[in-house]
Ligand binder design. Structure first.
Ligand SMILES: Cc1cc2nc3c(=O)[nH]c(=O)nc-3n(C[C@H](O)[C@H](O)[C@H](O)COP(=O)(O)OP(=O)(O)OC[C@H]3O[C@@H](n4cnc5c(N)ncnc54)[C@H](O)[C@@H]3O)c2cc1C
Length: 473
């Protein structure tokens, strides 16, 4: 049942138990868990597809993930969810040597950290210092860290300079920063970076392929998880339905998307922090919530895939993993399908400072520059791609960037508390609200599961307060 605007100033007979705003992995997980608890849900999704920051397509018949892709040890909730809906995993190809193009030189190496001569010791020192500092930041409550305000006032970049990190160490951390937050080290709060590193189990766990967050990816693609959950929810999921208004009334909430207005016991808002401000809340949210939304912008991370007849780099005992200090592509992976003997696929990331320039180029120029980056790393055969696709997340109206929020210096201590704290019947989800693996698909699932339990609490209490009559799904 849809309620006309004049009909309601209090909710006694909700249309559904919980409305979920946003059909990314977090919102879909919340909806699935609520449905499994026997509650009635409606999911409003602004765009024409589900998945949000996970999205997939095919190039030359080969499946590619345009957004979130990799999973690794400790990411138990996304893995459990994928298993639940029958989406399979396979190891990221990591056999052979990695390559790095650095200061005009080309080298092969094994492991995550490239050999940098005397600088290698300094890279190790910086990594140890960051990991040690990160452990001092409590998971889920960065503002409670010792010297939190001081750490927050710093950027990751200024800390690196103060720590007298070598240029090589600074450049390598810049690569990690672009991949992780979609921004340069000077743009992200040191406290946020440390909190993020702690939640992800340390820098190695965050950056490694074997044994780390890039260890596996999904055979059917990460987007298939979202698609299958949405298929199970059926008509409960409404596409092309951007929520404009959430009104808390006596005994419930009214959620409006276009002409539709749905009454519920609670609402789970599962959109990135910066997009919360596009929704009008009545009564207005406490100021700290509205201010947080303006101060937690998304980073910028884009992706490009080139398809080849074969994974030709493997013939030279190369893993397809590469690092470069020139750009636009600064890090690569082998994203070929699991079957041996099939086509080869190289994935390149363009983020931070590189994305700002490259994202604005015409499609053909973007292709030329990416293939040229691949050729710098893997030789001239990389120019002979049979297929190519890229995805610029900064141009996605309902993502605003990626991979996750990148708060600048000074905004974590005053505003992080507003990320996940419910405001009455308004409950928050989304990967940025997670207390483990925030920013990752796993964080999105964890946050969705936590939000479902919070919402159930509200619905259970309102069913004691109100006798519902004539409620319909
Ligand atoms: C390029 C890139 C690479 C990444 N790589 C990885 C990786 O390898 N591994 C990993 O774990 N993670 C990765 N991530 C991050 C991961 O994709 C995200 O953490 C996760 O998908 C976020 O899910 P979410 O549900 O929290 O948010 P979202 O996916 O952003 O979902 C929010 C949804 O809300 C909708 N919405 C917004 N406003 C409204 C509104 N007003 N009304 C209704 N709907 C609205 C949006 O359209 C969207 O569908 C990557 C992300 C990007 C962009």
């Amino acid at each position: 049942m849809t309620v006309t605007p004049e009909a309601v100033d209090h909710v006694t007979a909700p249309d559904v138990d919980v409305v979920v705003v946003g059909a990314g992995l977090s919102g879909l997980t919340a909806a699935r868990r609520l449905h499994q608890l026997g509650l009635r849900v409606a999911v409003f999704e602004a765009s024409s597809r589900v998945g949000g920051r996970v999205s997939s397509t095919t190039v030359e018949g080969v499946h590619v993930d345009l957004g979130g892709t990799f999973v690794g040890p400790g990411q138990d909730r996304i893995i459990a969810l994928a298993d639940e809906v029958g989406v399979r995993r396979f190891p990221t190809y990591a056999a052979g040597e990695n390559v790095i193009r650095w200061r005009g030189q080309h080298r092969r190496y094994r492991g995550t950290v490239p050999p940098m001569g005397a600088n290698l010791l300094d890279v190790g020192r910086i990594q140890l210092s960051l990991d040690r500092l990160a452990r001092s930041v409590p998971r889920g409550n960065p503002a409670a860290a010792p010297r939190a305000a001081e750490l927050d006032a710093d950027s990751l970049g200024s800390w690196l300079r103060r720590s007298r990190a070598s240029t090589t160490a600074r450049d390598l951390i810049a690569i990690a920063s672009r991949t992780t937050w979609g921004c340069e080290p000077d743009e992200v709060s040191l406290l946020h970076a440390l909190h993020y590193i702690h939640q992800a189990g340390g820098l190695s766990s965050m950056l490694d392929t074997e044994g780390g967050a890039q260890e596996e990816h999904f055979v059917e693609g990460s987007h298939e998880i979202a698609r299958r959950i949405a298929a199970d929810l059926g008509e409960a999921v409404r596409l092309n339905a951007p929520v404009q208004r959430v009104e808390t009334t006596e005994g419930g909430v009214l959620v409006s998307a276009g002409d539709e207005r749905v009454a519920a016991g609670a609402v789970v808002v599962a959109v990135p922090p910066a997009l919360r401000s596009r929704i009008a809340f009545a009564p207005a949210l406490p100021a700290v919530h509205a201010q947080m939304s303006q101060r937690w912008p998304a980073g910028v991370l884009s992706k490009a895939y080139a398809v080849y007849e074969t994974p030709f780099w493997r013939e030279r005992d190369l893993s397809g993993q590469g690092l470069s200090d020139t750009g636009p592509v600064f890090i690569t992976f082998d994203a070929s399908p699991p079957e041996r003997g099939g086509p080869g696929v190289l994935l390149g990331f363009v983020g931070g400072v590189y994305a700002r320039e490259w994202d604005a180029l015409p499609a053909e120029e973007r292709r030329v520059r990416v293939l040229s980056s691949f050729a710098d790393l893997f030789g001239a055969r990389a120019l002979d791609a049979t297929g190519f696709i890229d995805q610029r997340w900064g141009a996605e109206p309902w993502a605003g960037g990626g991979p996750t929020a990148a708060p600048g210096p000074g905004v974590v201590v005053p505003y992080a508390g507003a990320l996940a704290a419910p405001v009455g019947r308004v409950i928050w989800a989304g990967t940025e609200t997670a207390d483990r693996w925030t920013g990752f698909m796993d964080g999105a699932v964890r946050a969705g599961e936590r939000a479902a339990l919070q919402a159930r609490g509200f619905v259970a209490s309102s069913s004691q307060d109100h006798t519902r009559t004539g409620a319909s799904a």
